[in-house]
Structures are given as C-alpha cells and as structure tokens.
Design a protein around this ligand. Structure first.
Ligand SMILES: Nc1ncnc2c1ncn2[C@@H]1O[C@H](COP(=O)(O)OP(=O)(O)OP(=O)(O)O)[C@@H](O)[C@H]1O
Ligand SMILES: [Mg+2]
Length: 324
C-alpha cells in the first residue's frame, strides 16, 4: 500500500475516464469524459465543481469513488492510494455519494428502512437486529424524517423526502467524504434551500468533507470553500469561492459569472453579459489544444497548438489559459 504525507483528505491526480462508444457501423471510438484532472480536497472543506451539462462532473464524482474504474490516474484518500481490494473496500465505507435524481436512485419497492440499512448490511456495521433498527431510526431523525415511516416504501415520499432518504443512506456507513451530485437540481425550488441547509448542518455536526457538484456557480457560491470549473472534461480554473466569483480569470469562468444575476438591481442593469458563441463541441470531436478555444474571444494559434496546463496565477488561484 502506498502512502504520502499531504494533509488533504482527498487527492486526485491526472484522472482520466474514457468511455468506448460506437459511432457508426463497427466503428468504435473513445469519448474522453474526463481528461487529466487533478485537485485536492482538504478535510472539512466543501469543493464546488461546476460546468455546463456534459462537461464531466458526474463522471469525476463517480470515478473518484471507483463506481467507474479510472482509465488512468490516481485517487488518494487520507494518505493512502486507493488500489487493491482491501483499500477499495475500506474506502467504500468512508466515501459515499448522494445522487442527482432521488426518483431513479432509490428502489421504489424497497422500504425506507431497507434502503437506509443497505450500507450497514454491506459493511456489517450492526451486529444485532436491535442495533440495526436503532441505527436506522437515528439516521432517519438525523435527516429530519419521521421514524414512524421506516416501513413505508420510497415511492410514497415526495422528492425532497426521497433526497433525505438518499442522504440518510449515504450517512449510514459513517463516511468522512461525500460526493453530492447536484443533490437539489431535481427538487422544487421551494425545498432546495432546506436540503442545502441540512447538508451544511450535517457537515458541521459530523465533520464531513464534500465535493459538491452543480451546473451553476450561484448554487455552490455560498456553501463552497473553493470552486473548480470544468469544460469538456478539463479543469479550467480553481480558486477560493470568493476569489473565483469576484476575480474570475479564465474566459470561460468570466462568461459563466456574467450570467449570474447580481443582488443589487442597479449593478445588475449595468452588468455586461457575455453570451458564448456556438455550442459546446461534441466530446467525440474535441478541438485541438485548448478545449475552449472554439468559443473563446482570446483564442490564438497557440491555443490551437497546445492545451494550456494549470498555472498558479495568484496564491491558491489556478488557471489553464495561455492568455492571462
Ligand atoms: N457510461 C457512459 N458511457 C459513455 N459515455 C458517457 C457515460 N457517462 C457519461 N458519458 C459521457 O461523458 C460526458 C460527461 O458526462 P457527465 O454525465 O459526467 O457530465 P455532467 O457534467 O455530469 O453533465 P450533467 O450536468 O448533464 O449531469 C458526456 O458527453 C456523456 O455523454
Ligand atoms: Mg451530472
């Protein structure tokens, strides 16, 4: 087993996830969903991960948790590289995921008790039936569910309550790290804040570390310590939430920020919106060099020739762009 001395709870190094896809008669090609992504997450931190649909956010989350085997790259957790059966089994107890869609991620024919107890049973965490029942009740009250509803089926619950069931399941193995994959995007706007506040509250009470995935910077701005921006499987910018939202440096982040409405109506009226030209290219037809260059106002020949590496533009502020 390999070890290292970094203080970060999670370290992702040169992670790649390529999916083989069929593009025509007997023609196979590799879809590069995540292409050489590296970052750290400190203990107790929330790292927001944002970007447009299809840029690879879910794939990063799932590959980090080894729900998909990485094409290449390394995941380190608490100083240990995740490789081999034993490290993986141990990691699977300590790292969990809350899924985007609480309708498809819970089996409607299972009772709440059985859904929540799944990780308890897999990792054999409660030796007696009584312990198991007590633990299910404890988890249900932790996420604000009525413990008398333990024998009801998932389909009997509303979207918000289903997501609470999903969160209780994720907490059942007492994880230290949770990937929250757009946990509120499928929910009514009226209950989104409740669920986000609950996740924040649980983080403080249980000392959790989050990777919080969202489409939109405005969703993660307030709850993230740092934010990472992805585009077409690549990391474009990473900085503290404050720095990234006030002084975005990458042209892509600048355009994303220009779409976030400002709270002050006067400032909002004078805000310049940058509308990106064209669509996101297909990940099967990646532009050469910088993946953003086909939509970038600063693009030059250098951008077509070479993919820019992440550089530290200011302390803790990383950007992948040739033209800062
Ligand atoms: N199992 C798979 N097989 C083949 N291609 C996949 C698979 N999963 C994802 N992809 C492709 O990988 C790319 C990244 O998808 P991913 O779901 O990670 O994006 P995302 O940023 O989470 O998008 P969204 O915001 O819509 O959830 C997309 O082009 C998608 O079509
Ligand atoms: Mg996704």
């Amino acid at each position: 087993m390999s070890e290292n001395r970094s203080t970060a709870l999670v370290q992702v190094r040169h992670l790649k996830q390529y999916f083989p896809v069929t593009t025509g008669f007997l023609r196979k090609t590799m879809l590069k969903a995540v292409d050489d992504v590296s970052f750290d997450i400190e203990k107790g931190e929330t790292l927001g991960l944002v970007g447009e649909s299809g840029c690879g956010k879910t794939t990063v989350g799932r590959t980090m948790l080894h729900l998909y085997k990485p094409t290449s790259g390394e995941i380190w957790f608490d100083g240990t590289k995740i490789e081999g059966k034993e490290a993986l089994h141990n990691f699977r107890r300590r790292a969990q995921m809350v899924f985007q869609d609480p309708y498809s991620s819970l089996n409607p024919r299972m009772t709440v008790a059985d859904i929540v107890a799944e990780p308890i049973d897999v990792h054999k965490l409660c030796p007696s039936k009584k312990d198991r029942e007590d633990r299910i009740r404890e988890l249900m009250s932790l996420v604000g569910l009525n413990t008398e509803h333990a024998t009801r089926y998932a389909h009997e619950f509303s979207g918000g309550q289903r997501q609470r069931i999903g969160i209780a399941r994720a907490l059942a193995s007492e994880p230290e790290f949770i990937v929250c994959d757009e946990p509120v995007s499928a929910l009514d706007v009226s209950i989104q804040a409740q669920v986000i506040n609950m996740l924040e509250d649980l983080q403080h009470r249980l000392g959790l570390t989050y990777l919080f995935i969202a489409h939109d910077i405005s969703v993660v701005k307030h709850i993230s310590n740092r934010i990472a921006v992805m585009y077409l499987g690549h990391m474009m910018e990473l900085a503290s939430a404050n720095e990234l939202t006030r002084h975005p440096l990458h042209p892509y982040t600048i355009s994303l920020m220009s779409a976030v409405p400002l709270p002050d109506p006067k400032a909002s009226r004078s805000q310049k919106r940058i509308v990106l030209q064209g669509d996101v290219p297909s990940p099967l037809k990646m532009p050469s060099g910088c993946p953003f260059r086909t939509r970038c106002s600063r693009a030059t020949a250098e951008c077509a020739a070479q993919c820019p590496a992440m550089k530290e533009a200011a302390p803790g502020h990383f950007v992948a762009c040739h033209h800062l």
